[in-house]
Structure formats: structure tokens, C-alpha cells
Write a protein that binds this ligand. Structure first.
Ligand SMILES: *Cc1c(COP(=O)(O)O)cnc(C)c1O
Length: 347
């Protein structure tokens, strides 16, 4: 358990590396890590550097700016794809940082090619209706095209028939681009079977400790541990309330710990009323409204003192379970950990 701090995100880089190796083994193909949104909140540079030591040579980010920052951190060498593609007026910035846009539309393709072209990717939309060319509108092969990808809409649900439909549509569309790297499976897709792997996996959440089906999975190790410190412990008599708007009223005498993490740190207000944290060796409920800097935890009957560490998620409170109790998903929980919480890397 890391030393207490008002709110701290500890990142276990060995566990990140282990998840990377697990994904490559299960998928049977090289993994190109997705490190968008600052590595799902964990720190893109630190995560990518560690993953390079495991052999990763190609990364995905969403925004041009994320790509610029990652390039500055990693230096020349690794390939960095930008999922947003080549927006109007963006080509020069992409080239200056040696970024490869994932071209999504005719307009993006024209922008990239009329400004000089170069190495890039192409996204085929096989049914998600989000980004990319429809298969029947996919362009002819062209110089510089290194990678073609598509994205699964329901990879977290292996029973969803849309998965196979998308796979087959992608396989068919990709025959147009012989010799181009085909990338299809996100984290969930890695677990759907060999036929989903193609040439390069594109995992995000499972690298960072989320399960492929939105619940904890034995094969994936927790990577991020979000802890905060107990600031004060008090006895609340029957009938008194805790926090804003009398969000919790004690129906019996309760012992309440005020914990130094609030919604500005990523403890969403939607943690109340179902949120649970790990404290004093037990899972205890968050009570009342989460406020900006603190939340209240019912620690009645638990040995808890000022300065003790409370785990909001981590090895004792699995990320997917914490997300579910807050009415959200691991992706959102991780990426909403506030900038105020320092990141600490352990390996
Ligand atoms: C975010 C993203 C991924 C990674 O998805 P996970 O479910 O986190 O593994 C892969 N591909 C694309 C296009 C994405 O936008």
C-alpha cells in the first residue's frame, strides 16, 4: 500500500508490462498499445516508455496534440498513429512530429495527399458508424498507406453477433490493401478468438487493468491504484446528517471518515449512493454527496485513523467493480482521475 496522500494514483508498470505480454500471447499477434487520453489517465509517456522495453514499436493516440506530446517524450523511432486523422490545416503539424494520421474521410485523404502525403493509416467503418470510410467507399490503395484498421462496437460482449459481421466485413475490405498491416482487435477483441487478431492488436483498457468484458478478469492484472488519505474521523449521532444537502442521515450512531478525494480528483458524484472503497481491510460504503475535495465513508466498527490510506480502486477494489458501482465503465473511471492527483510509478 503506497504512503498516504490526499489523493494519489499509483501505476504498477510491471503489471502494465505483464498485461501487454498476456495480450500478445492470447491474441497471437503483436500489440500496438493505445495510449490516448494520456494513457487512459495513467501517463502516456511513462506507459509507452515501459511498453517499448517490452517490444512495442507502434502506438495510437486520438488527438494531434497527444501525438506531439508523445513524440517529444519518446523521441524518434516508434510509429505514432493519430486516430482523429488529418483535420483541415493539420498536416504540417502531423509531419513536423512524424505522426501518422489514420485517415477517415475523402476530405482527410485529400488534405494529406495534397500537402505531400506520407506514411499514414486508414480506418474502415464496419458498422459502428463513428469514424472511417464505409467499406464500399474505401479508397484505392495509395503510396504511404501502412496500416488499415477497423473498430469493434461490441467487443465486450462475445455473444453479440455483430462482432463476427464486423470481422468479416473488415477481412473483405482489407483484401483491397495487400501488404498493409491490418489492425482490428481492441482489448475485448483480443479475447474473441484468433480470427479477430489479424496482424496487429490495438489494446487499451486491458493494458491498464480493466477486464475485456467490463468485469474483473483473472488474466488481467490491476495496474492503477487510486488511494486517498483519511483526513478526519468523527462520530455522528442518530438523526444528524453528513455532507451537502443532508445526503446521508444517520439512522443509528455512525463513525464517519472524511477522505481527501472528491470529484475534482475523479471521485464522481455518481459514486453516491452505491460507491464502495477499501479501508481498514474491509469494503465500506461512501455515504452522502461526494464533494469537490472530500467524500465521507462509513467506517463504523472498523479500525480507522487519521492518515490511513483508503483505496478507491486497485488490487482490493477492482477497477471494473468500482466503475460499476459508480454507474460507469473502467474507461471513464480511469480517464476521470483528476490532474490534481499525482501519478506515482512503481516497478
Ligand atoms: C480507444 C480505442 C481502442 C482501444 O480500445 P480498448 O477497448 O480500450 O481496448 C482501439 N481502437 C480504437 C479505434 C479506439 O478508439
Amino acid at each position: 500500500m503506497p504512503a498516504p496522500s490526499p489523493a494519489l494514483l499509483s501505476v504498477d508498470l510491471d503489471a502494465l508490462a505483464a498485461n501487454f505480454r498476456t495480450l500478445e500471447r492470447i491474441g497471437g499477434a503483436p500489440a500496438h498499445p493505445v495510449v490516448k487520453a494520456d494513457g487512459y489517465g495513467l501517463g502516456a509517456a511513462a506507459c509507452a516508455e515501459r511498453l517499448m522495453r517490452e517490444g512495442a514499436r507502434t502506438f495510437f493516440v486520438a488527438r494531434t496534440r497527444e501525438g506531439e506530446q508523445l513524440r517529444a517524450a519518446l523521441g524518434a523511432g516508434p510509429a505514432i498513429y493519430v486516430l482523429d486523422g488529418c483535420l483541415t490545416g493539420r498536416a504540417a503539424r502531423l509531419r513536423a512530429a512524424d505522426l501518422r494520421p489514420v485517415l477517415n474521410t475523402e476530405a482527410q485523404l485529400a488534405e494529406w495527399r495534397t500537402t505531400g502525403g506520407g506514411r499514414c493509416g486508414l480506418q474502415i467503418d464496419t458498422g459502428m458508424n463513428r469514424l472511417g470510410f464505409r467499406p464500399e467507399q474505401a479508397p484505392e490503395p495509395f503510396a504511404g498507406l501502412d496500416l488499415v484498421l477497423s473498430h469493434l462496437a461490441c467487443a465486450d460482449d462475445p455473444s453479440e453477433p455483430m462482432n463476427a459481421r464486423q470481422r468479416d466485413a473488415f477481412a473483405a475490405a482489407a483484401t483491397r490493401y495487400p501488404g498493409t498491416v491490418r489492425s482490428f482487435a481492441n482489448s475485448g477483441g483480443v479475447f474473441l478468438g484468433e480470427s479477430y487478431a489479424f496482424d496487429a492488436l490495438r489494446p487499451g483498457i486491458c493494458l491498464y487493468g480493466g477486464g475485456p468484458e467490463g468485469r474483473p478478469d483473472d488474466r488481467i492484472r490491476p495496474v492503477a491504484t487510486f488511494t486517498a488519505e483519511v483526513l478526519q474521523v468523527r462520530d455522528v449521532p442518530t438523526g444528524e446528517s453528513v455532507g451537502y444537502s443532508r445526503g446521508f442521515v444517520a439512522e443509528a450512531p455512525r463513525r464517519i471518515a472524511t477522505v481527501g478525494a472528491g470529484y475534482a480528483d475523479g471521485v464522481s458524484r455518481s459514486y453516491s449512493p452505491a460507491g464502495r472503497v477499501w479501508v481498514g481491510g474491509e469494503r465500506r460504503p461512501i455515504v452522502g454527496r461526494v464533494s469537490m475535495d472530500v467524500c465521507a465513508v462509513d467506517v463504523t466498527g472498523v479500525q480507522v485513523a487519521v492518515g490511513d490510506s483508503v483505496e478507491l480502486f486497485g488490487p482490493n477494489r477492482m477497477l471494473d467493480d468500482a466503475a460499476a458501482s459508480a454507474g460507469t465503465v473502467a474507461w471513464e473511471l480511469l480517464t476521470s482521475v483528476g490532474a490534481r492527483a499525482p501519478r506515482r510509478y512503481v516497478d
